[in-house]
Structure formats: C-alpha cells, structure tokens
Design a protein around this ligand. Structure first.
Ligand code: PA5
Length: 438
C-alpha cells in the first residue's frame, strides 16, 4: 500500500498550500484523465498480466541455475528501473552474497561506457556462465550497441555455434532497430517493448520484468500492485488520487512560489534507486522548450535525489536555509525488513542515554520526522510518499503512481511529457565527431 501525505504543506506560514487548493479541482482532474487516455500512452495497459509476462516467467524458469551473472546492457529508461527493482526487492548487497547463500545469479546493470567499469566487470565475469540482457527500446542507442558489439565478440571466443546464442536475450522494439535485426540474424530469444511505451515509462515491460524475474522477483505481485496503482490513477475522486494530488502540489508550488526543484529524499537505502529512476522520469518528461501548441515555454522541474539520514549531513543545510525553490518529497517505508537495536548505554555513555536500546528503525524514523519538522519550521514545502512495507506490490503501485503524476504534470503544463527532443543534438554531434576522428 502506498500513500501520499501533504499535511505538512498545509502547516506552512507563507510557502504552503491549503487542502482546498489541492482538492477543489475535480473538473480539471476529469479533463486531464480524458486527455491522457486519448493520447494512447501504454504505461497503464502494462499492469495486466499478458502473454509476454507469461513468456518471461517461463524463460526465467527455463534458465534458472544456468547462469552466475546476468548483465543488463542498457541506459536511461532501459536501466534505471531494473536497478531500482533489484535494490528495493533483493538484499542490499545481493551481488556480494556468496553464491551458495544468494539463491540466484548476480545482476550487473551496465549503464555507462566508462572503460574502467567495463574492464572491472570483465575481471569478475565467467563468460560461460553469463547471460547478457540487451535492452533498448529504439535498438539503436550507441552506448548499448557499443557494449553489445564488445560482448558479442568476447562471447564468440568462449561459446561457439548454437551455445553462443544462449548467452544473449534482446528486449527491444518489435519491428525496428539494429538490435531487432540482430535478434533475427542471430536467433536470440527476444521480448518486445510495446510501441506506445516510452523508455522511462517501461519498467513494467520486459525491460524491468525480465531481469527482475531472472533474479527471482515475483513479477505477478509487482503487476498486482501496479494494477492497484492504475485503479487509483483513474479515479476521479481527488482525495483518492495520489498521482493527481502530487502533480497538482508540484504545479501549484512552482506557479505560486517558484518552487522549481523536487528533491526525492528516500529514508531507506533500498528505495534510493527509485529516486534515481524518478529523476529521469521527471527531468526528461517535464523539461521542454515548447508546449503542445509549439509556443516557447521552457518548462521543467529539476529533480534531486537524496538519501536520509545520510544527506542530513550534506544537503539539509541548503534545504532549510537556501533559496525557497524546493519541494522535499520524502520517500519512506513504515516498516523495515530488518530489526537491529542499539545496545543499552552504560555509565560512561550517559550523554547518549537517549539512544539506549533504541532500534535503528526508530532512530531512522525519528530523524526523518525531526528533519521534516525542522523544514516546516523554516517554512519549506515537504510531502510524504509512504510504503506500508517494501514489497513487490508496493513497488508496482509506486511506479504507476509516479508515472501517473508525470502524466498529470504534462497536462498541467500543456507539454508532451513522452518525448525527449533535447537529447538529440548531443547524439548527432557525438556521431559527427567520431566519424571525423577516423
Ligand atoms: O525515456 C527515454 O526514452 C530515454 O531516456 C531512453 O530510455 C534512453 O535514451 C535509452 O533509449 P533506448 O531504450 O532506446 O536505448
């Protein structure tokens, strides 16, 4: 179960929003929902189990035990969701757990072309026990293609003939792109990404579900939670529609007070990579030069990711006293999956008696509460997204809630939240420079 609380916003002296600001826009919500559905974006359709999800489950079952390493080659929306799923739903040091105790393969998400990263991964991979999951919606992303070409050549040396093709799986567009052609040519197992689902909205396609299933995450539960998220997204009752409330709060804060930054501050190490995933979703979706009428608007909300309690000692000074341009969005879990307590303090530790016998969970929750109270005292906008507990269901619901909030923001700003024209120029120049350097 995922809930959103905006109560701290209502308590602010000058930079807040009243409950009626958020809740009194039923007609707008109906119109936005209508427009979002009319645009035919597929992220809501993904919440229902399909033939593809069945195929993913049976493929994961078939290869169980065959590989020690799963290596995802992908970037942006083809990588961030996978990392978020692994970090949230598997033990934090999954790859470091000895194989005998881990109960599944290591998962490496190679979302960069840093040669040191590649060399480092090379030093630990056992190629004959490695499966490369090559993920790219377009099938033409140069970073991913470069990695694929590299590992293809390496694997050819290790696995000849038919055994070679067992080491690659493609997740890409059904029709187009170089990787689709490769999948056909090499006869790789492959899974499609629906045409109407953009990269950063694709975590619940094979992009996220396949690697998740390969490391033993129950994807049917993820979809169950996602389906709940979709129902809530589609409700016209504002009080029940967290996605709408969050977007509306972000929009009103920006319009009224110039709050142009959303800090997602996870009070859980397991949820920290969700903040990374959300960073891309918010930045690429809402940062746009023109609106749907082609008029210059230069919209955008800058996402920052932060980790509690760690960043209390790094960022909170700025959040409390710096410019009034931030919404701090706490991402929290009501219950941690591990119980660890601080020992009782003795005579020499009297000044720390307040820590005596306190659980680390209580310390974490208390520090979060205190940080939020302090931000409120400094008149800084904050809100809370709470998971009852971190689970497949709650992650699925959270993904859809946040994707839905982005869809609403797109409508509020009147922009296309699903394209990313601003990244093209850099790609064109890279190609030109590399061609010129030959
Ligand atoms: O949201 C998007 O569409 C992009 O950020 C992509 O995810 C990213 O550029 C990777 O693209 P692709 O999946 O085509 O390799």
């Amino acid at each position: 179960m995922v809930s959103l609380s905006l109560t701290h916003l209502h308590a602010l002296k000058t930079h807040g929003l009243k409950q009626k600001d958020i809740l009194s826009s039923g007609l707008l919500l109906r119109g936005y929902l209508h427009d979002i559905q009319r645009r035919g974006q597929g992220f809501l359709d993904l919440v229902h189990p399909s033939d593809v999800t069945k195929d993913i489950v049976s493929y994961a079952k078939k290869v169980r035990g065959s590989f020690e390493h799963i290596v995802v080659l992908g970037i942006g929306g083809s990588a961030l969701g996978v990392t978020a799923l692994m970090q949230a739903l598997k033990p934090l040091s999954w790859n470091q757990i000895p194989a005998s105790k881990r109960g599944g393969p290591q998962l490496h998400v190679l979302d960069n072309v840093d040669p040191e990263l590649i060399a480092n991964l090379d030093s630990i991979l056992n190629y004959s026990k490695t499966l490369f999951v090559v993920i790219s919606k377009s099938g033409t992303t140069p970073e991913t293609v470069a990695q694929y070409l590299y590992y293809k050549k390496k694997m050819k040396k290790v696995a000849a003939g038919t055994s070679f093709k067992k080491h690659f799986v493609m997740v890409t567009d059904l029709e187009k792109g170089f990787l689709r052609e490769e999948a056909r040519r090499e006869e790789f197992v492959n899974f499609p990404i629906p045409d109407n689902v953009g990269g950063r909205f694709s975590v619940l396609t094979a992009v996220g579900l396949l690697p998740a299933a390969l490391i033993g995450i129950d994807i049917s539960k993820l979809l169950k939670g996602a389906s709940k998220g979709a129902d809530r997204f589609l409700t016209t009752e504002i009080a029940d529609n967290s996605a709408y409330q969050l977007a509306h709060a972000q929009y009103l804060l920006q319009q009224r007070y110039g709050v142009t930054t959303t800090v997602m501050m996870a009070y859980s190490s397991a949820l920290y990579s969700v903040a990374d995933w959300y960073r891309q979703l918010l930045a690429e979706s809402i940062g746009k030069a023109v609106n749907r009428e082609g008029k210059d608007v230069h919209t955008g909300l800058t996402p920052i990711k932060a980790l509690g309690v760690t960043d209390q000692h790094s960022q909170v000074q700025l959040y409390n006293e710096g410019p009034y341009d931030k919404l701090i969005l706490f991402l929290e879990t009501k219950s941690f999956r591990s119980k660890v307590a601080i020992p009782s303090t003795g005579a020499n530790e009297r000044s720390f008696a307040f820590l005596s016998g306190v659980s680390f969970a209580t310390l974490m929750h208390t520090e979060q509460l205190a940080t939020q109270e302090a931000l409120t005292a400094y008149d800084r906008p904050t809100a809370n997204i709470s998971l009852d507990r971190i689970s497949e269901e709650s992650l699925g619901e959270l993904f859809v809630m946040l994707e839905g909030s982005i869809a609403f923001l797109g409508e509020m700003y009147g922009i296309d939240a699903y394209n990313q024209p601003g990244v093209e120029l850099g790609k064109v120049l890279t190609k030109k420079m590399l061609l010129g350097s030959h």
